[in-house]
Design a binder for this molecule. Structure first.
Ligand code: HEM
Length: 483
């Protein structure tokens, strides 16, 4: 191995970085101890704010290949050629826990994929539960506050935490579908290799002829779907809190790849109003018998990050990162997600977070945005504005590809609730479960709800009754509540 010498961050050699510069053996440290001050100042700033949600995660690099050309549905270039692989970075996460939390606790898992396409970054940010508990993004901060630790004691367990969680949910009955998923064994996992991923929101795909489809995404793990029960999850949280993160890293380090199939459900935009339910409602799934899953391609994760902080912690995904051929629907939650991710990343990581290698598009970036903290790009162009003649008017506006999509929207401005059925889908799902699945669901709910205050328990029983009377009765019985 070649011998390397220690240097400061300024590149000068350091003779000793273990003993402070003092006056005599017992005297004070000198202000001239540049080695101590640089090392400590850097250390003081080592932490950046953790993500406000999905703080604990693990990630891997790899690639995605479509099975065939999907040009009949979308003009997105990375979905055109089965011979062409697009590099990806994927981050799996635990939603409610903080950065030091355990991987197996009952929670939603995040599944965020960054495609470094030739047309710029495309971020597809999914969860492992197919539905969301809300219909309006204005309620998201309240939801996150309710699932995060109690602001007074900072505790996550016990009666106060349980009461806060169930208090919020009992006042948002649109969360019932979400709760039935979360409190089944789906809510506890020990491996990111065996979870599904769901786009939850409805997106649009647009082909070169301007034809538009609504699309819902699903990632299917090629290793099969696997969950664990509540007892195993609790045990692992104590003995091996990073089990899922380690499992992902160790599998790839052992030379195996981790693979998922991308599938979509789709329907032409003009058929939206013919459906029996609101297909833009993220609290509802699109039933597979009505909207069959179409296999689209395969994602292979085969390279571990070299450094966790640089590549996983500083990775930044945003629903705003789309490419031509993919667009937002008017799903209100999706609309509400377009702004906050980039906003929090400018605060969490810094203004120029897109210049970090893990976030940097692999395609050419050219515009007049400039400067800010930690700018790496060196702009040598005197015409740092548009329009200009001093640089031949460059960069020019990109030509629009294909027929532009046209959407006419009208309505009165106001704060309006989106109506929807809160109980049919969760009730149907409960009735479709096996005896064992029902047993686990009921006991998982009782385990958590039994800690909440009684008026909240009673309010929740009302919702479970409306979901399915057998479910409601079993939970009431387990809680010793006379209904
Ligand atoms: C009201 C709607 C929502 C809002 C306002 C919202 C906001 C946020 C914010 C601010 C972050 C932190 C981002 C960062 O620090 O880099 C985040 C992370 C995340 N969100 Fe959402 N979110 C919403 C809904 C959803 C939905 C519906 C999904 C799933 C489809 C989802 C999946 C995720 C995932 C997976 C992450 C972690 C991304 C990563 O690995 O860095 N969110 N969200």
């Amino acid at each position: 191995m070649t011998k390397r010498y220690l240097t400061s961050n300024q590149g000068t050699t350091v003779i000793d970085d273990q003993h402070s510069l003092t006056v005599g053996e017992r005297g004070p440290i000198l202000l001239a101890d540049t080695v101590y001050f640089e090392k400590t100042a850097q250390f003081d700033r080592e932490k950046v704010p953790e993500r406000v949600f999905h703080a604990k995660g693990a990630g891997a690099f790899g690639y995605f290949v479509p099975y065939k050309s999907f040009d009949f549905l979308t003009q997105a270039k990375f979905l055109q050629n089965p011979e062409k692989a697009t590099p990806v970075f994927t981050r799996f996460s635990v939603a409610g826990g903080s950065a030091g939390g355990a991987d197996t606790v009952r929670d939603v898992r995040g599944f965020a994929v960054k495609f470094y396409t030739e047309e710029g970054n495309y971020d597809l940010i999914c969860n492992h539960v197919p539905v969301f508990p809300l219909r309006d993004p204005l309620q998201f901060a309240d939801f996150v506050h309710a699932v995060k630790p109690d602001p007074v004691t900072n505790a996550r367990g016990g009666p106060i935490a349980a009461s806060r969680f169930w208090d919020f949910m009992s006042l948002r009955p649109e969360s019932m579908n979400f709760l039935i998923y979360l409190f089944s064994d789906i809510g506890t996992v020990k491996s990111y290799r065996t979870i599904q991923g769901f786009g939850v929101n409805t997106y649009k795909w647009i082909n070169l002829h301007g034809e538009e489809w609504y699309v819902r995404y699903c990632w299917e793990p090629c290793a099969g779907v696997e969950y664990i029960d509540s007892k195993t999850a609790t045990q692992l949280a104590g003995t091996d809190p990073d089990v899922a993160s380690r499992d992902l890293f160790d599998t790839i380090a052992a030379g195996e790849s981790v693979e998922f199939e991308m599938r979509i459900q789709t329907i032409k935009v003009e058929f939206e109003c013919d459906q029996q339910f609101d297909i833009l409602d993220p609290t509802l799934i699109w039933p597979e018998n009505l909207f069959p899953l179409i296999p689209v391609g395969r994602m292979v994760l085969n390279k571990n990050p070299e450094n966790y902080f640089a590549e996983v912690e500083q990775s930044a995904f945003s629903p705003a990162a789309i490419v031509p051929g993919i667009d937002f629907s008017n799903d209100r939650v999706l609309q509400g997600r377009i702004f906050p991710y980039g906003d929090t990343q400018r605060y969490r990581i810094g203004t120029n977070y897109l210049e970090l290698p893990v976030n940097m598009p692999r395609s050419h970036v050219d515009n007049k945005m400039q400067d800010g903290f930690m700018q790496i790009k060196c702009n040598a162009d005197i015409a740092n504005y548009l329009p200009n003649t001093l640089n031949g008017g460059m960069p020019a506006w990109a030509p629009e590809k294909g027929k532009p999509s046209q959407e006419y929207v009208s309505g009165s401005v106001g704060r309006q609730e989106i109506p929807g059925d809160n109980y049919y889908q969760p009730g149907y799902r409960y009735r479709s479960m096996s005896g064992l699945e029902k047993k686990h669901l009921v006991s998982n709910i009782i385990e958590s709800l039994s800690l909440a205050y009684e008026p909240i328990q009673r309010r929740m029983i009302g919702h479970f009754m409306r979901t399915d009377s057998e479910l409601g009765n079993r939970i009431a019985q387990g809680l010793n509540l006379n209904i």
